[in-house]
Design a protein around this ligand. Structure first.
Ligand SMILES: CC(C)(COP(=O)(O)OP(=O)(O)OC[C@H]1O[C@@H](n2cnc3c(N)ncnc32)[C@H](O)[C@@H]1OP(=O)(O)O)[C@@H](O)C(=O)NCCC(=O)NCCS
Length: 203
């Protein structure tokens, strides 16, 4: 079973405990958490969120099956430097439908990596997992995240007004969706050409 994929100068590997210090440092930053409904996190909060996910993935791989959750660490392909993380979570009672998520370290913003990470999630969900629908959401002020999803073909499906409370204010929640059938066959096959698999060591 593959545990890592390479594309667009980035390497996407299933998250392990070794990645947690870098993820913790990222999620402790005000800048990264500005538009998130959680954080900045303590080291303990990040570990207690990620460790059960890592364990679920590890158990699945050892049993020779795909995990329910797909949490990836993103690094530069050439140096291995930490860039961030991205994930696909299953939607209850909707096999083939996933929630997307991505957070990149602030030193890596504005270089196209966010768009590439989201593109990887689209590739992974629709070609590796054979999913049919992706779901994304963001705070209305997070225009960068909106651009990332729009560039990947997501459409705005709704707005939940004053949905989140953060920083002493209420924020609207924008809901985005992407169906596999929204993407032209050429675009889907282009995604398949963009990412290659890499067999890595034990997860
Ligand atoms: C959202 C995030 C992943 C974007 O990553 P990124 O690597 O900076 O994004 P990209 O470089 O691919 O840029 C995406 C688009 O946003 C635009 N953009 C970048 N920074 C911007 C800014 N400060 N204001 C407005 N637009 C901006 C880019 O020009 C690009 O638009 P284009 O496709 O029209 O050229 C990153 O900022 C991040 O991790 N933020 C903190 C966590 C977070 O908010 N996650 C999303 C939760 S929904």
């Amino acid at each position: 079973m593959q545990h890592a994929w390479i594309g667009g100068g980035l390497r996407f590997s299933y998250c392990t405990e070794h990645d947690l210090p870098a993820i913790s440092r990222m999620l402790a930053k005000e800048s990264v958490c500005r538009w998130l409904f959680f954080g900045p996190n303590t080291d303990e909060a990040t570990r207690s969120y990620f460790l059960p996910l890592i364990e679920e993935m590890r158990t699945a791989f050892r049993a020779g099956r795909m995990p329910d959750h797909h949490v990836f660490t993103v690094r530069l392909e050439d140096t291995g430097d930490f860039v961030g993380q991205c994930a696909l979570f299953p939607i209850d009672f909707s096999p083939g439908s996933f929630l997307i998520g991505y957070q990149l370290d602030d030193a890596c913003w504005k270089r196209g990596y966010g768009t590439r990470a989201c593109t990887f999630l689209v590739y992974f969900a629709f070609t590796v997992l054979d999913g049919y629908r992706l779901n994304g959401d963001t705070v209305a002020g997070n225009t960068t995240s909106q651009r990332v999803m729009e560039s990947c073909g997501f459409v705005l499906e709704g707005i939940q007004r004053q949905y989140w409370h953060a920083g002493g204010e209420y924020h609207d929640r924008l809901i985005f969706g992407l169906l596999k059938t929204d993407l032209a066959p050429e675009r889907l096959s282009g995604l398949g050409e963009m990412f290659t698999t890499e067999h890595s060591a034990e997860v």
